[in-house]
Design a protein around this ligand. Structure first.
Ligand SMILES: [Zn+2]
Length: 342
């Protein structure tokens, strides 16, 4: 794996971007950190992170803010995933004494789940969770190892925030807009005066990743519906430019939102092709779906693709049940099973 650091670049007036690019064949993904420079102070958004990458990119961004005589005074993190939050404590330690790093309150379960088995206390309960969703014993055992506990996220500098909260910095003001789905407490920041939306992983430009919306033990059972609601609400704001967590700025937010909503519809409707009158477990449905653009079966997936595909299947099922075209019942052994609702 190779990591390249980006030099800070002024992407919009008073908005600077830096980050790190990870090249790990076949993936190449760049993660962004931003600074909104106001009069006399700056707001930093996300920290960017990859294993083995130093804080050079953030030091360069802190330098830009100092040179503009607008030192960092606020930090906002869109969500707790490590590629966005990995240097939270580094920035937190450099804030003024009364400063805190804002993260949405609904992100607490995501933070807690980083250092355990996805919201479950130990390996055995993780295996049980998969078995309870229809996995055969050996398969349940194997999939647990594709998503091992991560490092705990330090929370000393976190100040939990809520939807609608206003972050003011040097004459600029941005509003916290909850955009749950990718994680339960994923949030965006919107600057009404300029129409700039910092959208984290809620919206990603084509070719810069997929805003995975998945069900885990610590999430709600239907995060796709939350996600659709959040995107629909974004569509009603006067967004002129999206600055995402990965990749370049997008200046056609309407098409970007439309493309993401269409993608959700396509995913959920592919479940129709594998759902019939036979009650099937989530494991059976995941096994009937095709993955990696139709090229792979469920059991051909490797590493964390496997765990993500299953969590994605659960999200599709959750939305299909909410929409009323799939029905859920319990099999004799207590495993939930699904069939077409008539
Ligand atoms: Zn990300």
């Amino acid at each position: 794996m190779v990591a390249e650091l980006h030099e800070p670049e002024e992407v919009l007036p008073g908005i600077w971007r830096t980050g790190a690019e990870m090249i790990s064949t076949p993936y190449r993904i760049s993660t962004n950190a931003y600074a909104v420079v106001g009069h006399g102070e700056s707001l930093f958004i996300d920290t960017a992170w990859w294993m083995g990458v130093a804080t050079t990119h953030l030091d360069a961004l802190l330098d830009v803010a100092r040179r503009k005589r607008a030192p960092m005074s606020e930090v906002f993190i869109t969500h707790a995933h490590r590629d966005h939050s990995g240097f939270t404590d580094y920035l937190g330690a450099r804030l003024p004494a009364d400063g805190g790093v804002r993260l949405h309150r609904a992100e607490q379960p995501t933070v807690a789940a980083m250092s355990d088995y996805q919201g479950l206390p130990d390996r055995a309960s993780a295996v049980d969770w998969y078995r309870g969703l229809g996995f055969p014993e050996e398969t349940a055992d194997a999939i647990v190892d594709t998503k091992m506990p991560d490092l705990p996220m330090p929370t000393e500098s976190i100040r939990w925030c809520d939807d609608g909260e206003i972050v003011t910095v040097g004459g600029r003001s941005l509003r916290v807009v909850g955009t749950p789905g990718h994680t339960p407490g994923h949030a965006s920041l919107f600057e009404e005066a300029t129409g700039v939306l910092f959208c984290g992983d809620a919206l990603l430009p084509r070719g810069h990743g997929n805003p995975h919306v998945t069900v885990r033990p610590f999430t709600a059972p239907d995060p796709l519906t939350d996600y659709v609601r959040g995107l629909t609400a974004l569509g009603e704001l006067d967004v002129r430019v999206c600055l995402p967590g990965h990749g370049p700025a997008v200046d056609d937010p309407t098409s970007l939102i439309r493309a993401h909503l269409d993608y959700v519809d396509a995913k959920v409707s592919s479940l129709r092709d594998v759902l019939d009158d036979r009650p099937s477990s989530a494991f059976e449905l995941a096994s009937r779906l095709r993955w990696r653009g139709g090229r792979k079966s469920f059991t051909e997936l490797v590493n964390d693709e496997w765990f993500l595909a299953f969590a994605d299947t659960l999200a599709r099922i959750g939305r299909a049940v909410t929409l009323g075209w799939a029905r859920r019942e319990l099999r004799d052994d207590g495993v939930p099973v699904y069939a077409v609702a008539r």
